[in-house]
Structures are given as structure tokens and as C-alpha cells.
Write a protein of this length. Sequence first.
Length: 506
Amino acid sequence: MADSKREIERKYEATTATRLPDLSRVAGVSTVVHRGVSELDAVYYDTEDLRLVADSLTLRRRTGGSDAGWHLKFPVASGIRDELREPLSDTLPSSFAGLLRSRVRDRGLVPVVRLVSARDVHHLLDADGALLAEVSVDRVRAERLTGGDGTAAWTEIEAELADDGDPAFLDAVERRLRKAGVLPSASPSKLARALAETAPEPSGSPAAPARRTTAGDHVLAYIRHQAEAIVALDPAVRRDLPDSVHQMRVATRRLRSALRTYRKILDRSVTDPVGDELKWLAAELGIERDQEVLDARLRARLAELPGTLVLGPVHGRLQIWSAATRSGSRGRTVAVLDGERYLALLESLDALLAAPPLLPAAARAPGRELPRAVLKEYGRLADRVGRALELPPGHDRDLAVHEARKAAKRVRYAAEASRPALGKPAKRFAKRMKAVQSLLGDHQDSVVARETLRTLAVQAHAAGEPGFTWGLLYGREEAAAAAGERELPEVWERASRAALRTALGG
């Protein structure tokens, strides 16, 4: 696994004549130590159409300095990136190849820019000699390697926060630099600046005439956003970052839901096969995500019990079950992302967006077509909730509630997709549908938890362990589900008010 660090830095404009001000006057700084000048030689890689740059990713192979090797940077926020490092080698590390797969796919990586920098480094230390930040003056020479042969040169100042430092410290450094006339750089990174300053002169083309925004425009914008989210979350899932599987699964479901809901705008003969593949991906991601949710729920339920009611090795058995199921689901998720079927899905999404199969309704005003689609999904939800409320408690009602939950999710996603066009009415409608979905979802989680608790109780009994605690947890889950069923009529009444649908356009 590659080494990782959170990089928090700021860049400033400078000239060859620029000198650093006295940074020992920055609050908290006791000593400024000059660490000398080092020569850095970095080659930056990307696809020929610059897919990594388009998503603000940076891949480079650098020699010189204290951190020579391969570096891969993912954006986190403005001025903040996660930097992964692998040792110096002649070829791209396999770990980086996996993290870039969703973007690069079958396209080759080529050297696009070479940057040679003379870095004059200064360390800002506190009274205990601990590093607060590194400030350097970089004199940079850039050479375009792909897409032209331009060159550029500039000088910049870079202030990078020490590991686990307080970002507010960089504010103090910036105030001192600004007072000396040093201003923030207009470019977010050296690579971005190099590409901009070495790019061939644009040929120029007439601007496209303005036209009114259509229902199709709104739907395609939403689909594009979710497709980009899937690609962007792929490396986070591979790195096992918190909530990444959940977020990728949500993007997959939102995208599939949009293709289903807006079938009057996009031709189903084209979108249905894509939707089937999205359903497959969501199901595969669900194996790991559902395990995460179930594990957290069981642990929380167990933590609620006083110690006197926890009889036998309950914690240990739950830990063994969790580790076994987590290990298998984790490996399967990564295998799915490494598979050809997943890459084919990404390519099909690109093709769909490049040549969208728009139907005549796509050219109409969004205020007419989008509410119609949302309210049609609402009608399906109303039918399913009505059926669930009619059934007596038991297995059939559990199944009906589960079907209603899936319908509520589709209505919510449909309303969220229409929000840019319909504004606050769509936001309010989506909020009400989310309340219904959350209640029904908690009920389904309880159903799954009870099934697992029964399995664990059987295993405990077979091992000669007490089953009291497992039965107690089962009973609490049963009571929680019953409480949700009693609450459903009131929650549904609030969500199904005619005024909400009227405001939406129904």
C-alpha cells in the first residue's frame, strides 16, 4: 500500500528578485532555519486528452529532494490534497494504476510536462523546535512533452503546513507575505500553470448561439453529475475511505433512477441496458455497504444494553462474524472494480452522454415535463404504501414495506434531479419523501438485523453459549419495527399532502 499524507499548502506569485520577508515575526514562530537549495526534476503523466488534469489529479515521477519517487495527488478541498507516494521505479506502480483505472481505462499514460525546479527551502519552527510549516522559493522551468513543444519559466513561493498542523497557521504566514507585497497565485498548481503557459495558441471558433434550457438539458446534467461521481469515488473505494462505498452506491442508484424516471425524455431502448448494468453495480456495492450498516446497527444495539444483560461471549462472537463477512465483501468489491464489466459500464455512460438518445419531450420546457415524471413516481409510491398499510403485521407486510421503501427512494431522487429547474417546491417534496424513505429504510434494516441475530443465536446455542442476549436484541429490533409501522400513517400523511404536489406542478 502506498504511503499517504494530507498536503495543505498555498502558492504565491513571485519574481526572480523576490525575497522572503522575515517570517520569524509570524505568530508562533521561534526560529526560521534555512535548509538550502535542492534540484527537483519531475515528469507529469496523463492521457493524451488530459483526463487526470480535467479532474484535478496529479501524477508525477520525481527525482531529487527528500521525497523522490512516484506521487499521486487527489483533490480534497481548495489548497488541500491527499498525496500518495511510491518508491522510484521505471514503470507506473501497480497500486497507482488501480487508483487511476476508472479515469484512464484502456488509454495509455504519456509524459505531458517536465518541470525542473530549484527549491530554496526554509523551515518555520516553534519554541520546542517542532516544524510548523515549510516555505520555499521555487524557480521553475517547464517543458511541454505532449500536445506541443512550448516552454515557460516562473518563480513562486509555496507554504506547506507541517503534518497535523493547524491550517490557521497558514493564515498568519499569508498575512506576513501579503504585508511584504506577495500575493496568492492565480494558478492552483505548478502543473496547471505549466499546461496553460506552454499550450499552443487556440485556433478560435465562433461561440454557439444561446438557446433556452430544456427538460433534456436538466436531465442530462443530472446524469452527467452522477456518472462523474461514480468515476471520482472509485479510487476512494479502493483506498477504503470512510463512507466511500455508500456514496458510490448512492450515485449508481441515483443514475439508474433518473434513467427510469425520465423515460419520456431518454429512449428506453438505449438506456434500459445501461440501467441493468447500473443495477448490477449497485447490488455488488451493496454487499459491502449492507454489511457496514448491519455491523454498525448490531454494535449500537449491543452498546445500549447494561453489562448485566450481556451474558456469554457476545462481543467476541459479533467481532468474529463481522471480520469474516467484512473480509469477503471487501475483496469482492475491489474485484468488481477491476473487472471488464465495470469498465464497459463506464464506457457506455460516456457514450450515452456523448450522443444522448433524446425523445421529443426532451425539447420541451422543464417546468412541464419534470413534474409530470416526478408525480408519476409518486403515484407508484402511494399504491405501495397503501398496500403496506392494509396488511397485518408479519412477513407479507415486511415485504410490502420494503417495496414501498424502494419506491420512496425513486421519488426522492426524481425530485432532487428536478430541483435545479423547479426550485424550492422540488426541495420540499424531496425532503418529505426522504422522511418516508428513512422510516421505511429503518424498518427494513430491522428485518435484516433480526435475521442475522437469529443466525448468531443458533450458532451460540450450538457452541453451548447463553442465548439470552441474542434473544433480547431480537426483541428490541422487533419492537423498533412495530413502532415504525405505527408511525408510518402519520409520516405518510404529511408527505402526501396535495399542497406539496400542487406546488410541484401537479
